[in-house]
Design a protein around this ligand. Structure first.
Ligand SMILES: [Zn+2]
Length: 315
C-alpha cells in the first residue's frame, strides 16, 4: 500500500479528516473500492469492520452519503443544499463525485467555495482518472491521493503477496498492477474458481465437437456480478494464444497456469479465428452497460464465437 493511500485510510480511522480529497487512479473500480474503504472507516465505530450496519450502508446506500457522477451546475446546487443540513445519523456527511474530470468548468467553479471551507463534518471525495482532468483551482483545494500501479507489477506482487511467478503474472494482469487490488483478488476464492471454470469452458469451446453452450452460459449467468471481469479473463486467454503464436515467448503469456492449452491452441487455430473471437467478446461487453436480456446476450456471444471457430478452422 502506498503511503498516501495509507495516510488517507488512517485519517478516516482516526476521524481526523480533511474537507476534500482528490483520488487519482486510472482504474475507476480501484478508486471506488478505496472510497468505500475510506467511508467505512469513517462511518464505522469499529475501524471499518465491514460487517456492521454502518459499513453495509456504505455500499448499500447511506442517508449521509451522496454519490453523484460528473454533476452539472444544477445538481451541484442541490448538493450544496444537502451538505448545509446536519447529518441525519451520526456526525459525518460525505459527497462522492465520481468521474469528476468530466465536470464542466462552470460546475467545477460552483464547487470552489465549498471545497475551500466545507461545513463541519462534511467530506468531499472527488474521483478522477488523471490529476490534469480537473481545474488547478479544484485540485489545489483538495488533498491529492495518487493510487498508482506497481512499476514492476509481477515482481512486486510476487514479493508482497508471497505468490509464485505464475500466480503473480495472473494477479498482475487481473489487478492492472495495483497491489491492493491484487491482494483482494488473491483472497477472493469464489472469483478465482470462476476464473478457472471460465478458462476451462473457453478451451472446451475451442476444442469440443458439437459443444452445447448451455453449461458455459449457465456458468456466466451464475456469475453475473463479475461478468465484466470474466469477459476480461476470456479475452486475456485468447490474447495469450495470439501472443504465443506470434512470439513463442512463454513469459509474455499471462495465464501461466494454462500454458499447455495456450500452446496447443496457438498451433491449432489461425490468428484470424482467435482475433475474431476477441472482437465478439469486446462487442458483447458493450451490451452489459444497457439493459439487456443477460442470458440471450451471453448465448449470442458463445454462438458467434463458435461460428468463428468453424469458419476459420485449420484443416
Ligand atoms: Zn463497521
Amino acid at each position: 500500500m502506498t503511503t498516501n493511500v495509507q495516510r488517507l485510510l488512517e485519517s478516516a480511522q482516526n476521524k481526523k479528516i480533511l474537507g476534500a480529497y482528490l483520488l487519482v487512479c486510472s482504474r475507476p473500480d480501484v478508486t471506488e473500492r478505496l472510497t468505500n474503504d475510506f467511508l467505512m472507516r469513517l462511518f464505522c465505530s469499529n475501524g471499518g469492520c465491514g460487517k456492521c450496519t454502518s459499513c453495509r450502508k456504505v455500499t448499500e446506500g447511506h442517508v449521509d452519503i451522496l454519490r453523484i457522477c460528473a454533476p452539472k451546475v444544477a445538481e451541484l446546487r442541490e448538493t450544496l443544499a444537502y451538505v448545509a443540513e446536519k447529518p441525519y445519523e451520526g456526525v459525518y456527511k460525505a459527497v462522492v463525485i465520481s468521474a469528476a474530470d468530466d465536470m464542466t468548468p462552470a460546475a467545477a467553479n460552483s464547487l470552489l467555495k465549498t471545497l475551500e471551507e466545507p461545513p463541519t463534518g462534511v467530506v468531499f471525495i472527488l474521483e478522477v482518472r488523471s490529476v490534469f482532468g480537473v481545474l488547478p483551482t479544484v485540485a489545489s483545494r483538495c488533498a491529492i491521493v495518487i493510487i498508482a500501479p506497481e512499476p514492476n507489477a509481477r515482481q512486486a506482487i510476487a514479493k508482497a503477496l508471497n505468490a509464485d511467478a505464475a500466480q503473480a503474472a495472473i494477479l498482475a494482469d487481473l489487478s492492472g498492477g495495483y497491489l491492493d487490488e491484487a491482494r483482494r483478488i488473491k483472497a477472493d476464492t469464489v472469483f478465482l474458481s470462476r476464473r478457472d471454470d471460465v478458462l476451462s469452458q473457453t478451451h472446451k469451446l475451442l476444442y469440443a465437437k458439437g459443444m452445447a453452450i448451455s453449461a458455459f452460459a449457465d456458468l456466466l449467468e451464475n456469475s453475473k456480478d463479475s461478468i465484466k471481469e470474466l469477459l476480461c479473463v476470456m479475452q486475456t486467454y485468447l490474447r495469450d494464444v495470439l501472443i504465443y503464436q506470434k512470439t513463442r515467448n512463454v513469459w509474455l503469456v499471462v495465464n501461466q497456469d494454462r500454458l499447455s492449452d495456450i500452446r496447443k491452441a496457438a498451433d491449432d487455430f489461425t490468428s484470424g479465428t482467435i482475433s475474431n473471437m476477441i472482437k465478439v467478446i469486446l462487442e458483447t461487453e458493450k451490451w452489459f452497460f444497457v439493459a439487456v436480456n443477460f442470458r440471450l446476450t451471453v448465448e449470442k456471444m458463445l454462438f458467434c464465437m463458435l461460428e468463428e471457430k468453424y469458419r476459420w478452422k485449420k484443416s
